[in-house]
Structures are given as structure tokens and as C-alpha cells.
Design a binder for this molecule. Sequence first.
Ligand code: F6R
Ligand code: ZN
Length: 184
Amino acid sequence: MFPDLSQVYDSTSATLTGGNRVERRLSDLAGCFQDEAAWKALVEESDPLLYAVTAVEPENHAGGLHYGLGVLYPGRVGEEYVMTKGHLHTWRDAAEVYIGLRGEGAMLLEDWESGESRLEPLRANSIVYVPGNTAHRTINVGSEPLVYIGVYPAQAGHDYAAIAQRNFRKIVVSRDGAPSLQDR
Ligand code: F6R
Ligand code: ZN
């Protein structure tokens, strides 16, 4: 039998028919932001919703694909732009394709072996290929919601523990109103 083969998304409302929606608030990102005092103050004040991902998982075998529609809201914690937790795939070889739909964002990519980092733009009409063995974090550097789709192997898995142990080496901060990649 065929699984659900077709879904409909809307980039303005950031909705996708089908799939499971997971929400992340600021308190879910303990230890991620550089400015811990700013993080704590904002958590205590309102603990805002930072992002939500609606994931569709039609098949789980080795050749299958999963995909998710993400919406990452704009804002800053201290000088650092709002971002996702970030992860490596548990199956380290698993790559991913990100397709930008709306808003102004960037992908922070870190080769986990060498530590080499890159910042790639993610916005409407852009596609970012995330190679295997690459930690990836999505960042909203604009003033409206960033909406994107990520497509990845069904067996990729999400390893957040590696990031909790060793955060990304670089941070993305606002300098004179523009995003700037800095050492942590
Ligand atoms: C899946 C993927 C995205 C992210 C989403 C939320 O492999 O990379 O769908 O899961 O951008 O980010 P995290 O998972 O880091 O909280
Ligand atoms: Zn991923």
C-alpha cells in the first residue's frame, strides 16, 4: 500500500497538511545561547515560542525520506539571533536539503571533524545542501518568520547530545544591524 504521497504547505501561515508538529520554546534551548543572563531573563519574562517543525514520515526503511516544514520566529537573545537547537544526524553520513520559502535566514554549518564553519543564506528561492558529518543550525537574521523545508533520509536520526556536549564553535550576532559570524 502507498503511504500518504501528497501534502500541501502554505509558506505564509507556515502550515503543512499531515505530519506531527513539535514546538520549541526558549527554555528548550538551555545552554545554546552565548549570553546566559539574557537567555534566563527572557525565559522568566515570557519563554517565547522560537520555532515549530511539522514533520512528515511516510516510510522508515533505508531508502525512505522524511521531510519537515519549519517556522523560526525572529528575535535576538542578547546580540545573538534566534536559532534552532541544531544537531548532527545520528547516522553521520546522512545529508539533508533545505529549501527556503519565506523570510531571511542562514544555515550555520560545522564540519564536525575539522570544526570548519560556514554560514549559508536561507531565504525564498535558495537551497542549501547540508553534507553528512555536518552539524547544522538554522538562524533567523530577519524581522519576519523564516519558513523552510528540510528533506533528509528516513534513517538520519537527530543527535542533540553531541551539540549539548560541544556547542557550535561559531555564533551569529548582530553587528551594526547585520549578521556576523564570530568565535564563541
Ligand atoms: C531535520 C532537520 C530539520 C530540523 C529543524 C529544527 O534533520 O534538520 O527539520 O529538525 O530545523 O531544528 P532542530 O532539530 O535542530 O531543533
Ligand atoms: Zn537535520
